[in-house]
Design a protein around this ligand. Structure first.
Ligand SMILES: Nc1ncnc2c1ncn2[C@@H]1O[C@H](COP(=O)(O)OP(=O)(O)OP(=O)(O)O)[C@@H](O)[C@H]1O
Length: 586
């Protein structure tokens, strides 16, 4: 309403001006000028205040729309069950464009809509005013707006096309910028002296982005400059005509004043209308990216009639599983057939790149097998809701997360329902051997484990945070996994890779007690820690090449025995890796 009312103000000024000038020219008494002059003053006040009120209201609308778009996008992306989309540059480009919609682009869009309504009202009211004086001039101005609209639409389409083509460069720019501020990158950047090298790459990326933007700006300036020239020529011709008409007495002085104001006002309103259309068009194109992300189906299709997933009773069976990350990438798993029997402590061994972590990702259903299938007590995982599968797993990933949150939260996140269960959190920390470390921190479990944020940002305190060593972070991640100790399958991918010998020994003792009678899968390159597993499976080049207990595999004298012996010889004393029976060393 405010926008519509504001749109009529310029026409009101024109009519009042014409009235005042004509009244003055007719030599009317001063009393007759009081009301129109008061009207002009009032309209002047409204014209002064209106932009500020509208500005505030637009800001508020923009905030609300941005919030909604951002949260919708977040929940859409969060709704993708698998990982494949995050490895697709095409999707990441689409997502980047969609993110722009939630950020800067929506503001011009909403303001563009306001501008359209306001300029439309102003343009129509001024064109009617002008038509009363000169219908021809009103018609010419209207016709002159048509090429402007067409040109602006074309400009917008080519500008958004260029923006999309620049998105990979934009993402690269973000990558270089994030390296600059990423604490974990800071050490290597400094030690290897990578700063200038990466700076040059960043400069190259920025130059390519700017070249694209410059092309857009140049085209825009040329087209808009030409259109402005056309508008100015029309006004100049109109001005010459009206002055001539006023001189010969065919039109009044009031008509002259009103004409000049109306032509300028109409031109600026039509220009505003064109710009508003262009902004709205651009916003629609950008919004298309947002909608396309929201419209993407889940990368792991949900079964139409999901089968409930009961607690594991028999086991998890991989039936001739083949997997590759993409059609044009090599096979990572090549016909893996394996059963993880319920209650069994299974160990998975293999050289780097053998496919161990990939197999774990398939068990978590981050991807579906390219061929073959995985069954939970005979039920194909594809027939089950993905959340039902994950609810039944406790997993420590090789690339675990370190959250910039408190120590208690870092552990409690493993089971959100028990985020406030302090005894449970402390018990998990004890099992992971990190309880004493956490207690020794300034605020114990409440210590903020971050050097990026001040604690006051979350709870009003003013103390800075702290951080942990690599091995301490790893034990915290293990504690987080152990919050899910009651789950049906516990998977630990390299749980002791960063631990000192004593911590590793304690951890494996603790894990041994805990894995007894439970179904678990342990991956480790430290073969000594796996020897008490019920069964050891050797993966090589995506295939299972050996299966058996430690003793069976040692007797078979194949690759496991070779690797184990090699590792033991590294200690220079075989007794360390092969302790006498009854020893607790894992
Ligand atoms: N996201 C991915 N996209 C494409 N290829 C991948 C991806 N992740 C892993 N690979 C490839 O799959 C193969 C197996 O990797 P995987 O991480 O499963 O091995 P791994 O046995 O766990 O190795 P490591 O002992 O080094 O942890 C590797 O050749 C790797 O290049």
């Amino acid at each position: 309403m405010l926008t519509i009312a504001a749109g009529t103000l310029p026409a009101a000024v024109v009519w009042l001006t014409k009235y005042v000038v004509d009244t003055l020219a007719a030599g009317a008494p001063a009393d007759a000028l009081v009301r129109p002059t008061a009207g002009l003053v009032l309209v002047g006040l409204l014209v002064a205040v209106e932009p500020h009120v509208s500005g505030y209201l637009r800001g508020e609308l923009t905030r609300r729309i941005s919030r909604r778009l951002e949260l919708d996008l977040y929940s859409a992306v969060n709704g993708f069950s698998g990982l494949s989309r995050f490895e697709s540059p095409r999707f990441l480009d689409q997502l980047r464009m969609a993110t722009r919609t939630t950020g800067g682009s929506i503001a011009p869009a909403t303001i563009g809509l306001f501008d359209i309504v306001r300029s439309l009202v102003t343009a129509v009211s001024l064109l009617l005013t002008l038509a009363a004086i000169s219908p021809v001039m009103a018609g010419i101005l209207l016709l002159a707006a048509v090429p402007a609209v067409v040109a602006e639409f074309r400009l917008t389409r080519s500008a958004t096309g260029t923006m999309f083509s620049l998105t990979p460069e934009n993402r690269r720019q973000l990558f270089y910028n994030s390296l600059m501020t990423d604490l974990s990158a800071a050490s290597e950047l400094r030690l290897f002296g990578l700063g200038r090298f990466l700076g040059r790459r960043l400069a190259g990326t920025i130059d390519r982005i700017h070249a694209g933007e410059r092309r857009i700006d140049r085209r825009t300036a040329t087209v808009q400059g030409g259109l402005a020239l056309l508008g100015a020529t029309i006004s100049a011709a109109g001005l010459a005509w009206i002055v001539g008409s006023a001189a010969t007495g065919r039109l009044s002085l009031g008509d002259l004043a009103a004409f000049i104001a109306a032509v300028a006002g109409t031109q600026s309103a039509l220009a505003g209308l064109v710009t508003g259309f262009a902004a709205a068009h651009r916003a629609l194109v950008m919004f298309g990216y947002h909608r396309s992300v929201l419209g993407l189906p889940d990368d792991l299709p949900e079964p139409s009639t999901p089968v409930p997933l009961p607690a594991l009773r028999q086991g998890i069976e991989l039936r001739d599983v083949w997997f590759r990350y993409d059609d044009d990438l090599p096979w990572v798993l090549e016909g893996v057939t394996l059963t993880i029997t319920a209650g069994e402590a299974l160990a998975l061994v293999g050289l780097n790149g053998a496919g161990k972590s990939t197999l774990i990702k398939l068990l978590c259903r981050f991807y579906d097998p390219t061929m073959g299938s995985i069954h939970w007590d005979g039920v194909d995982l594809r027939d089950v809701r993905v959340t039902d599968v994950r609810r039944r797993l406790g997993v420590l990933f090789q690339d675990y997360m370190s959250y910039d949150l408190t120590a208690a939260e870092n552990i409690g996140l493993g089971d959100l329902d028990r985020l406030d269960d302090r005894p449970g959190i402390e018990a998990a920390a004890r099992s992971a051997g990190v309880d004493a470390t956490v207690r020794s921190l300034g605020r114990g479990y409440e210590t903020m484990l971050s050097r990026l944020f001040l604690a006051e940002e979350t709870d009003g305190r003013t103390d800075g945070g702290t951080s942990l060593s690599g091995g301490q972070w790893q034990r915290l991640a293990i504690a987080r996994t152990l919050m899910r100790r009651d789950r049906d399958l516990l998977i630990l991918d390299e749980p002791s890779a960063g631990l000192d010998a004593e911590s590793e020994h304690q951890l494996h003792q603790s894990l041994r007690a805990f894995r007894a009678g439970r179904t678990s899968l342990l991956v480790s390159h430290r073969l000594g820690t796996l020897r008490d597993a019920d069964r050891i499976v050797v993966l090589s080049g995506g295939r299972i090449t050996e299966t058996g207990t430690h003793d069976e595999l040692m007797s078979a004298e194949q690759s496991y025995a070779r690797l184990f012996t090699l590792q033991a010889s590294g200690y220079g004393d075989a007794r360390v890796a092969d302790p006498p029976a009854g020893s607790t060393t894992g």
